[in-house]
Design a protein around this ligand. Structure first.
Ligand code: HEM
Ligand SMILES: CC(C)=CCC/C(C)=C/CC/C(C)=C/COP(=O)(O)OP(=O)(O)O
Length: 301
């Protein structure tokens, strides 16, 4: 009787572990930025079927990349307080199970994009997976404090992937959206890395607060938020967006700069994590604003 009752619980735990392997909240935000790329690629609404296929394909390949990161990093994950309970690090899923799962996701996602969307998007998304799971996770992360600056390019790609899914072309406006996420990534990650500095030092990861110290990292975060403010003006300056975006993005960026300033000059123990959490809201609301602005602008024409 007990065994019968225990069986479903075992399966539901295993599903939860596979789900956790995909870094679902990160993938959700990546997919949101890809959607914005899809919607901004044309004046009206995107073709529904194409949008579903592109969403699934980009989502599956991103989830596969996240699962591969769990496999490659299992040893260091097992030693850090933030990550020790991850499914592969803890041994609840074997490396073999995780490898099969990630290959299944990657294969399905690539085929879906190649067949139902277009080959350009399929190859660019696969290149992003390679950039994150191989170039960043296997090499850069362990090699240089600039790891996340360079590696951040993979995570910044989804708006371009969404755009090419609709048009099969690399458009300069899509590259501006990539630039925004590229510039946002260092302050996003370094705020967390300040809070988790000792964890990273323990496993010898050359993250900026470990190699250059916390004060240097805080200055870098502050400078990046200033650059991000300027980069976020570009879509308005080239006529891609209107006043709704300009006002919203200015408020959001002043908020980010304020957090970075507090972190540098008036930090409390919780300021680094508060800055990290704000970075996630900042990017989410910024991309929702791009959508709002796009349809506002169209309806005003
Ligand atoms: C190289 C680039 C990046 C690095 C190194 C990085 C690093 C991190 C780390 C270490 C966490 C904490 C995860 C955890 O506690 O489990 C995190 C959380 C998060 N990141 Fe990033 N990130 C990067 C790029 C991105 C991008 C491009 C996005 C989305 C567009 C993103 C969205 C998120 C979200 C939504 C969370 C919160 C996840 C949660 O609460 O479970 N990140 N990031
Ligand atoms: C196809 C495509 C768009 C791929 C991009 C994939 C992707 C999941 C990007 C997000 C970047 C991210 C969460 C980095 C953290 O890795 P970390 O190893 O530094 O953090 P961790 O210690 O939490 O694992």
């Amino acid at each position: 009787m007990l065994k019968v009752l225990a069986l479903p619980q075992h399966y539901s735990q295993q599903w939860r572990d596979y789900y956790q392997l995909t870094k679902p909240k990160v993938v959700a935000l990546l997919v949101l930025t890809a959607w914005v790329g899809m919607m901004l690629a044309q004046p009206g609404l995107p073709q529904f079927g194409l949008m579903i296929a592109a969403t699934l394909g980009i989502g599956l390949l991103s989830a596969a990349a996240a699962a591969m990161n769990h496999i490659v990093d299992q040893r260091i994950d097992a030693q850090m307080a933030r990550t020790y309970n991850r499914p592969v690090a803890r041994g609840r899923l074997s490396t073999q199970q995780a490898v099969k799962f990630s290959l299944l996701l990657a294969g399905t996602g690539f085929l879906l994009l190649f067949i139902a969307v277009n080959p350009l998007t399929a190859w660019l998304t696969l290149a992003s997976l390679f950039g994150y799971a191989v170039v960043y996770t296997m090499f850069l992360k362990r090699a240089t404090p600039q790891n996340i600056v360079i590696g951040g390019l993979a995570g910044a790609m989804p708006p371009l992937l969404g755009w090419t899914a609709m048009t099969a072309e690399v458009h300069a406006h899509a590259l501006l959206l990539v630039m925004i996420i590229f510039t946002w990534t260092p302050p996003h990650f370094w705020a967390l890395a300040i809070h988790r500095r000792d964890d990273y030092a323990k496993v010898n990861m050359p993250m900026l607060p470990v190699t250059h110290g916390i004060e240097f990292t805080k200055s870098a975060i502050f400078l990046y938020t200033l650059v991000l403010f300027l980069v976020c003006l570009l879509p308005y300056l080239v006529g891609m967006t209107g006043a709704v975006y300009l006002v919203g993005s200015t408020v959001l960026n002043l908020g980010f700069i304020w957090y970075a300033w507090q972190l540098k000059f008036n930090a409390k123990p919780e300021t680094a994590m508060a800055t990290f959490k704000f970075s996630i809201w900042h990017l989410m609301v910024l991309f929702l604003l791009l959508l709002l602005d796009h349809y506002w602008l169209i309806s005003a024409l």
